[in-house]
Design a protein around this ligand. Sequence first.
Ligand code: BGC
Length: 717
Amino acid sequence: MDVKKHYAESRKRAEEMLAKMNLTEKIGQLSQFGTSIYTNDEQVFEDHFAEGKVGSYLTIKGAEKTNRIQELLLSITRLKIPALFAEDVIHGYRTTAPIPLAQAATWEPELTKKSCEIAAKECYAAGIKWTFSPMVDIARDPRWGRIAEGYGEDTYLCSDFARAAVAGYQGDYIGQKDHVLACMKHYVAYGACVGGRDYDSVDMSMQTLFDVYLPPFKAGIDAGAATVMASFNDVNGVPCSGNKYLLRDVLRKKLGFSGFVVSDANSVMELIPHGYAKDGKDAARLAFGGGVDMLMAGDLYNDNIPALINEGKIDPKLVDDSVLTILTLKYMLGLFEEPYVDPDGEGCFFAPEHLEAARECAKNCIVLLENNGVLPLSKGKKVALVGPLASDNIAVLGTWTCLYDKDKTVTIEKGLKELYEGSVTVSKGCGYGDEEDEGDWKKEIKSAVAKAKKSDIVIACVGENRDMSGEARSRSSIEIPGHQKELIEELLETGKPVVLLVGAGRPLILSEYKDRAAAIVYMWHLGTETGHAVADVLTGAHNPSGHLPVSFPRSTGQIPVYYNYLATGKPAYNKRRFEAKYQDVEIGALYPFGYGKSYTEFAYSNLRLSSDKMDKKGQIEVSVDVENVGEYGGADVVQLYIRDLIGSRVRPVKELKGYKKLYLEKGEKKTVTIKLKAKDLAFTNDEMKKVVEEGEFLVFVAHDSSDSELSATFFVE
Ligand code: BGC
């Protein structure tokens, strides 16, 4: 496929179409509608179709339905411009992959690419050619429920996953069969909402915005992302859905984005309660004028843009530009040639290869936090599988599922019973703490404990229900919720070894269990193949290799705790009183970013640099020998961090600048070489210029972000 030619031809056809369109039809292309959010009345659509007021849909699922609506639309509209169906296909359409935060724990963007390919294939079959994914918001606050939807706290890692997700969804070119448009969201800094409260304000330095929050968007743009979603929040007082500077100057001009921007659901109307727009018309002016090409969802653009043009408040040229971009993508997608999908295509749902890939991804997401040797499980033991997640076939799917089928979920119970050669008894113990009626939880805990007493080992499947994370699911405490902590205490009291198997959409507080649990396995919410992946890890069929994409705090009050904080004048060495620390909690995360154990051990030695000098446009190679010195074969994630020792602005104490995941047999040793490029050392200075400054840098090759054992120095000249 000659991509340039494909674009040029599509653009030309879009221009020809534009020439035939009246203003109503043009604005219609900028308007999206959705059934479940705003109306269930298809008549409304028919009325709108007749006038050409609908360009896109969301929340309509399935080939039968998308085909039916498309047919209706094409039979009524004058110009027969097909609708673009969109959906939140966040981690799978029917086959549910692990939540994105879990995927980031693989440190294998290729697995995410594959997972997005599968999601794309399944939703394409249903007639959906545009997904509102990936979410590339950096999240440094685990109180924020939407941390589940993104790739964690680190800009470098998140950028890699952004690229991979866009490539997975969109394929080699726009219009490739079984691929769909990606939408990077939420532009921008949505994850930095004050207090971790979803939708709340964001106030940050422009340097932090440019260095921490924007690069994942830039990475996705460079990978060809066709669309971007404007976020609900304001940044420094200007709501993103009407932020001309961020949408036109930064996104388009500085970052080079050439696709179209869609608002978030109702985010344009929300300019009114923000106190930024005085009414709907004003909101439409600010949003469209500000650079939001398409409205999700409703008639605000249809109803107001014509008058705004008449009054000279909107330049009609801007309308043409937006319509052209949207139509060009519709032509590129091939919607005009093939507006329908073959319903037989839906036969790909839950295809064996989709399930296999979901399992492969899921088992690589699991992070082993603690292990006193009880894992992998030895054969022939009596295992008590306890806790609300043990047999739950919905919670483990996680937030933002699409058309899941709970009967396809492999529960932990099912997976373990299939794979484990020993006996497994199961009891719920208690609920998650989110039901109004918690039932007779004391009795349930008692019966679980009775079973635990008769076992050799207890696996406590605890954590969050799926609706405890995700949109509008911020929490002021991220302790293990409900009565589950009581359950854990009673299980620990039995004296049996207790493995905590924690499922959640965010980091939870585990300080009390760090030294008392026989093992702690963090499984997040792993999707359809949960039970298989968990059983693979618990039995040792798969040696855990997940590493945290986000820091785990010691207590909720310690939040935000992220590894790449700026150096302070009173660093916390824990030696004196006057240090940047709390009185009542230890310094640093309980489990730092990058942390993850294995059933084996990896030793690093012989760190060397290809040169200790780096040109401002150059690069050096950092090499280290990695040896598997333990008892099992396994995969390790070798991490490269830097520290810029002196800067014209205060620099972070550490920054991830490279990593390599590799598999080593027991006793095997390999050299890992990671390229460190000068451009990766750049930051935004006081004059808002991206600069690489001269001077001394430390480079660390580390097991996680808290590991400073192996370091070397180089100079940028
Ligand atoms: C969310 C978006 C989502 C949209 C459409 C909004 O509330 O913030 O992430 O894509 O709804 O469902």
